[in-house]
Design a protein around this ligand. Structure first.
Ligand code: ZN
Length: 297
């Protein structure tokens, strides 16, 4: 976790999942807590060595790679934790993530791993979009849902901690089909980022960029391409079952599913794009011999 400075008060620890850090004289705020104890341990060590404050944690969304280290942090430091409404429910009861990933069933053992189920965290204060105070620091929270149900990006003056509202190019390509829970909201949030009046942004995965809007634009094009591929698959037959759409999309995008976690994540992502094209009237849901299926309109 290498410490990067953006300006006098804004920093971030660069890792496979970034951890933001904002400070003034007395207070220090982490934005997200990394995947596990080891990630946050490295952050605490560096801050302690510098004698910099650590008093608050803001969790942008309830994905285990962003809050897995929070329980350890709370054990080691007196931090006040804020998180978005709804996401907080999952932070309090992290089993909700494997539950929703498995369509509401009590999850299989294989789905109960640190990548999709973090350790429970007690949230001190829940929040929504708008002006917000973290200790004595005034920030603006922006709703950037789509990748998660109620993800909030944090704007500190002219710097945006964008959470997973967009990915750097490397991460986009690595994921093949980006994880989203709502295709419509994802695009809405990306367009919102394009209209933001900030100097630069740091995503959850990737680097701080002043030209982040170019990367956002690439994300929009990438999502559009995934949607086009999805429509091609659905257009081939009069009706295509959900399982066939998922399997063929993965095949087409070069994804090989061989475990429960990747099945659950890709199933959710494909369904999020399906929701978008159904809402737009491009595709219709039908029930064909008891199979939930899709048809081009
Ligand atoms: Zn995430």
């Amino acid at each position: 976790m290498e410490l990067n400075q953006i300006n006098e008060q804004c920093f971030y620890f660069k890792g496979s999942v970034n951890i933001g850090y904002i400070k003034n004289e007395e207070e220090g705020i982490l934005i997200d807590a990394g995947l596990d104890d080891s990630a946050v341990k490295k952050v605490i060590k560096q801050l302690d060595e510098k004698g910099w404050p650590l008093t608050h944690l803001f969790i942008t969304h309830a994905h285990a790679d962003h809050f897995g280290g929070a329980a350890y942090l709370k054990k080691k430091k007196e931090v006040k934790i804020s998180a978005p409404e709804l996401e907080s429910a999952i932070l309090t009861f992290p089993i909700l993530e494997p539950i929703y990933l498995q369509n509401g069933n009590y999850p299989f053992k294989e789905l109960r791993n640190k990548f999709v189920e973090g350790k429970p965290v007690t949230v001190d204060e829940t929040c929504t979009e708008g002006p917000y105070s973290i200790g004595s620091l005034n920030v603006t929270l922006h709703n950037v849902s789509g990748h998660s149900y109620h993800m909030l990006a944090v704007q500190v003056d002219d710097v945006l901690y964008a959470a997973d509202s967009y990915f750097d190019e490397k991460t986009l390509v690595k994921h093949n089909i980006p994880y989203v829970v709502d295709g419509t909201e994802t695009l809405r949030s990306l367009h919102k980022l394009l209209s933001m009046d900030v100097k630069g942004a740091v995503p959850g995965h990737g680097e701080y960029e002043e030209s982040f809007k170019d990367t956002v634009q690439k994300n929009i094009l990438y999502h559009q391409k995934v949607e086009e591929d999805l429509l091609k698959i659905i257009s081939r037959e009069k009706s295509t079952s959900l399982d066939t759409v998922i399997a063929e999309m993965c095949q087409f995008c070069g994804v090989k599913i061989d475990n429960m976690t990747s099945w659950a994540l890709f199933r959710t992502a494909v369904c999020a794009y399906l929701k978008k094209v159904v809402e737009e009237g491009q595709v219709q849901i039908i029930f064909d011999n008891n199979y939930l299926s899709y048809r081009r309109t």
